[in-house]
Design a protein. Structure first.
Length: 333
């Protein structure tokens, strides 16, 4: 981190600031220029409050030269992280196709979809049991029963399961869940992230509706700083001024996250577009851009889905999508 001090700063003011910085275990290199003094701060600057430093009367400007995330940072961990759940691997050249309904609705529905996902080459079964809905009057998911039905679908097909957690209180219910999903709305629920950090479960962390990639990585850092390194990042579209699609899929997030971090990156074209007709092309584009996996909503009867029917594809469409994604991956490999 580099801090430039204003001209006219007295030696006493400088000493005061240097003492403060040294108390944070930072090494400070001072370069006295004709007009300005430049301080080079070396060490773990992640604890420095950049806004506070910037606000000091004698400080002209402050710039970070290294990112505030450490454990998620590729600079300190050059090799790709491979997250393993059962016999499925994600990252470092391993690709996973995650598919299933937005929400678990009944035993018949989840078993039917699970069997289709398996038959058409899916690797992991998704299904929401706890649903974060914009309206409190909308279907909120089958909750505990939904997790039980997912377990049955896992038993019937052998597919690992992923489902969303909404709060720390229900963590015990997730024992048999292979990947715990943190939804977009909870990306900055720091208490939840820290609790998940104390487990060794793979966590799929979705980007918030209006969060930057650095904020996503800082949320991953919350989990990692508690000891859990099994994190999969997920781009699921961000809110922009465009209204035709539900969100705007930020495809550039894939190479950016790969540059900045060693964690695998999965793309969810269903929530990104909100329209089933767009899911196929965005899944293919994400695979072409180097995603480590795709997560799509598949329903056996989208017109009657209790949640997100408009963006759900049928099992047959999933079959086509999976074949095309596989082809694209062969080409880019
Ligand atoms: C989901 O995947 O079921 C979901 C609610 O997605 P998001 O958190 O991205 O809106
Ligand atoms: Mn959904």
């Amino acid at each position: 981190m580099i801090a430039v001090l204003k001209s006219g700063t007295t030696q006493e003011q400088k000493d005061h600031l240097l003492n403060w910085l040294k108390h944070m275990n930072l090494e400070v290199h001072v370069s006295n220029g004709k007009e300005f003094t430049i301080l080079g701060l070396v060490g773990d600057t992640s604890k420095v409050d950049i806004d506070l430093l910037q606000s000091l009367e004698i400080v002209e400007s402050v710039k970070r030269v290294s990112e505030p995330f450490k454990q998620a940072n590729r600079k300190f961990h050059p090799n790709d992280t491979v997250v393993t759940c059962g016999n499925v691997k994600i990252g470092g050249g391993h690709f996973a196709m995650i598919a299933g309904p937005c929400s678990v609705e009944s035993k018949d529905q989840i078993i039917q979809v699970a069997e289709a996902v398996k038959a058409y080459g899916g690797d992991v079964l998704r299904g929401g049991a706890f649903k974060p809905r914009t309206s409190p009057y909308a279907f909120q998911g089958l909750k505990d029963e939904g997790i039980q039905l997912l377990r049955e679908a896992k038993k019937a097909t052998g597919l690992p399961i992923i489902t969303e957690i909404m709060n720390v209180r229900s963590l015990d219910l997730f024992e048999d869940v292979d990947i715990i999903q943190v939804g977009a709305r909870n990306m900055q629920n720091f208490d939840l992230l820290q609790e998940l950090g104390k487990t060794q479960k793979p966590i799929l962390l979705k980007r918030g509706l209006a969060n930057t990639l650095q904020e996503l990585l800082m949320s991953a850092e919350y989990i990692m700083s508690e000891g859990n390194e099994n994190i999969i990042l997920c781009e699921r579209g961000i809110r922009t001024y465009e209204t035709y699609t539900r969100n705007t899929l930020d495809l550039s997030a894939i190479p950016v996250l790969h540059e900045l971090s060693h964690l695998p990156v999965v793309v969810d074209p269903s929530h990104a577009t909100g329209r089933s007709s767009l899911v196929h092309s965005m899944a293919v584009a994400a695979a072409a851009a180097g995603a480590d996996g795709i997560m799509v909503e598949v329903h056996n009867d989208p017109a009657h889905a209790l949640c997100d029917g408009a963006q759900s594809i049928t099992p047959e469409q999933f079959n086509e999508l999976n074949k095309m994604v596989t082809k694209v991956r062969e080409v880019i490999r």
